[in-house]
Design a protein around this ligand. Structure first.
Ligand SMILES: [Zn+2]
Length: 493
């Protein structure tokens, strides 16, 4: 049985309520007790007022540079999930394009604006972020605000830093898991990955499973201190064996010198601190809800412990200190940021020559490009019903992409009915993920805990199965991306 996101519910005064199961929403709609309020995220509006205590949920966020995972968690149950794709790279690209066009025109002695010189990064106020980075912050807070509007939320939890250096040097800071050492292993590993740039120090291999390696072998008195640890791929690790690093790299003195130097230097504080995430935290605090934070190593520890596949939304659900998770949804909503288009009226070719004119008007016959419409074509070659994103034309003949015909078809505006007005985002649904319920059994967790408890002093650093580096996008996610490109695909629940 496939499980989809819960349906968000507001009462007749548009006060957010606790989300309900899709089946419940369906029967409410059928009985006429509710109406569809919003298509994305799917929200229904009840026809009566609701008073009294409402069960609240927590918004959990795993901020990423390209994709941010979002999850609504209610008493340990993940009821709603989404993956939000940013357009930071596109923003940078279009700013770069604009800059090069203007520069080009100046050289051609075309009348154009003078270059400005008072807009350098140095002259920006403190805390300024580049537009592409600021976009990520604003994108996430837009969605957090949306969720607060449509569902009862009492707090926000986000991943703030990759690892907690304080907890790593002081294993007895807090928590049983830290004292037992297993979680410390995760912190150490994340730290090393950051320090050595996710690369094998001996052969510079990237995107391969990396193992934690002792520079001075343990059998020869090497310690478990951070300054004695490095990362190596499996072949390098095995060929080094328990040799001393001086012998192993006797033919490569420059590499040896570099590794020893790098190992001694502690990671700069700045490396673990991401200014965008701090900015995001600041902007989330403006919602007035309490904002809790977790770190990346803890997220990964939770996800591995609960046997969950690596996806952005499950990462989001695993943020922070949690005991167990029940995954009540198996399919995230995919949200892709498109923006609201360009105001540029004179479009140019790639050399900066004006080639076409764009009208100032964006709304034609009540529709805008990007609206999601239901089209019912009564006659002709393409007669039938369609639901798709529309591209408007001033003539009134709009274009929609038909999945059944596999191509773009024309439809007159009078056959269209908007079901979701342009809001700057495109929507789709992610891959259904099969989560093995036995893995979520708390007994499993106890076994893991028991194993560490029996051997509390040993750092579980060298279990390559746990510590193999996952490439940034796992197979599951790749599949999802392919599917995610098709934002025309729509369904109700
Ligand atoms: Zn290697």
């Amino acid at each position: 049985m496939s499980k989809t996101n819960y349906v968000l519910v507001v009462d007749t005064n548009k006060h957010p309520l606790s989300p309900c199961k899709p089946g419940v929403a369906r029967s409410l709609l059928k009985a006429g007790k509710a109406a569809v309020f919003r298509r994305y995220p799917f929200t229904i509006i009840l026809k009566k007022e609701v008073e009294g205590d409402i069960l609240k949920s927590q918004i959990k966020i795993d901020p990423g540079s390209k994709t941010t995972g979002l999850a609504l968690v209610q008493n340990g149950v993940v009821i709603w999930a989404a993956e939000l794709q940013h357009r930071g790279q596109l923003i940078k690209q279009s700013l770069d394009n604009r800059r090069s066009l203007r520069r080009n025109r100046r050289n051609r002695k075309t009348r154009y604006r003078q270059p400005r010189f008072l807009n350098r990064v140095k002259s920006k106020p403190k805390g300024w972020l580049a537009p592409s980075l600021m976009h990520r912050v604003e994108n996430v807070s837009t969605w957090v605000n949306k969720l607060i509007k449509f569902s009862a939320v009492d707090s926000v939890m986000m991943e703030l830093v990759r690892f907690d250096t304080q907890k790593m040097t002081n294993p007895d800071v807090s928590g049983v898991q830290y004292q037992q050492g297993e979680l410390t292993g995760y912190e150490v590993r994340e730290y090393l990955l950051e320090k050595f740039d996710r690369t094998c120090v001996y052969c510079q291999a990237k995107n391969v499973p990396l193992e934690v390696e002792h520079i001075q072998p343990k059998s020869k008195g090497g310690s478990n201190r951070i300054s004695n640890l490095t990362l190596a791929c499996r072949p390098c690790n095995q060929s080094k064996g328990n040799q001393d690093i001086q012998d192993f790299l006797s033919g490569k003195p420059s590499l040896l010198k570099r590794i020893l130097n790098q190992a001694k230097q502690p990671l700069k504080d700045g490396a673990a601190v991401n200014s965008t995430r701090w900015k995001l935290k600041e902007s989330l605090e403006l919602t007035g809800l309490p904002v809790f934070t977790g770190n990346g190593a803890l997220t990964k520890y939770n996800r591995c412990r609960l046997g969950l596949p690596k996806t952005h939304w499950l990462d989001a659900a695993s943020v922070g200190e949690i005991d167990n998770l029940v995954i009540a949804t198996h399919q995230p909503l995919l949200i892709k940021s498109f923006g609201f288009g360009s105001r540029q009226m004179c479009r140019t070719d790639k050399y900066g020559f004006p080639t076409r004119h764009c009208s100032r008007q964006k709304v034609h016959f009540g529709f805008t490009t990007g609206d999601i419409v239901k089209a019912d074509i009564p006659k002709g070659k393409y007669a039938g019903k369609y639901t798709a994103r529309v591209t408007v034309r001033s003539t009134g003949s709009f274009a929609i992409k038909s999945l059944t015909h596999g191509k773009q078809i024309d439809v007159n505006h009078k056959y269209c009915k908007a079901i979701h007005k342009l809001d700057g985002y495109g929507y789709g649904f992610g891959e259904l993920i099969n989560i093995n319920p036995t893995k979520l059994n708390p007994v499993e967790t106890q076994i893991v805990k028991g194993r560490t408890a029996a051997n509390p002093t040993q750092l579980n650093l060298f279990d390559s199965s746990i510590f193999a580096v996952e490439s940034s996008e796992s197979k599951i996610h790749k599949k999802q991306k392919v599917k995610g490109d098709d934002y025309e695909q729509l369904s109700l629940f």
